[in-house]
Design a protein around this ligand. Sequence first.
Ligand SMILES: *Cc1c(COP(=O)(O)O)cnc(C)c1O
Length: 353
Amino acid sequence: MGVLDREYLGMGAEVQKFEQDLTTFFSRQALCVVNGTAALHLALQAAGVGRGCDVLVPSLTYVASFQAIAATGARAIPCDIGEDTLTLDVKDAEKRLTPQTKAIMPVHYAGGVGKLDALYDFARKKGLRVIEDAAHAFGTVYEGKRVGGFGDIACFSFDGIKNITSGEGGCVVTDDQNIIRKVSDARLLGVEKDSEKRYAGARSWSFDVTAQGWRYHMSNVMAAIGIVQLQRFSHFAAIRQQCAKKYDSLLKDSQAIRILKQNYDEVVPHIYPVILPDSCNRETVIAFMAERNIQTGIHYQPNHTLSYFKFDGMAIPAITEKIGQRLLTLPLHPDVTDDDVQYVVKNLLESVQ
Ligand SMILES: *Cc1c(COP(=O)(O)O)cnc(C)c1O
């Protein structure tokens, strides 16, 4: 791939090329950073979120969303989710608005986006910035448009298990030039126009810094992996969609297991979670599956239950509380075959009887 031979492993030609490819993919400008958490942190900071601000975010997400908000000095307000797609419930979020609320961070859980139009209507009405945590939703299409290709700001992750990977990586996608400018500098310690210099093969020896920056840029090595992964994305996406459709077809009539309401012609699923019946013990199911060589997961322990993010003085997100204890994620990745799915479902149904 050349990048190792040229022996320039920092941020240069490969990162620029990966950004150009992503910009074509989204039909909007993309900026690469070191991981998805950094993408969220920089997007929030560029949107003016900081100390004294509140950000609405579903409690049911990876702790990365909460830590990115906390990193700006702002407060993450854990919101509830809708039962169908387990994405942020706008009506619940509205109840949790404070005078300090500056932004809302929908999380595209498992790859689905829920009622994203309603969320944007709400944000517009209340004057909130929208930072989409689209880490699960690379490739998902909503109402004919690709996630990231519309709306305010979307952040993606290219970590090792996501829909595409660069080993480690992430990107911020927006058409707000003010955000682009700020993220572009802030990822390189706030050194003004250092991105442009590095793409021209130069370094900044004399410069100004006018804002807080971080060492969050992507390296050429990671970008070289991302470039190839992006070329193979339609192949990966088709397998993920096919796998989720197979699970759906085998589970849709089950009385015991509840599945999410997703259209897998549009959603590119990152994970395939199901909701177990009240009658069974999740730990027992996990152990039963493990004995049969089936690895399952829990996405996620709700963030409002974590000591650092406990939130007093506001109603507990009730649906999150209830469903959070019943969630179980089944194997879904490009190497899972139809036979594997059948084997998983057969054992799952047996385990909950
Ligand atoms: C993976 C993930 C992130 C963060 O991405 P990293 O690249 O791991 O930093 C953020 N939010 C969600 C929901 C994720 O799954």
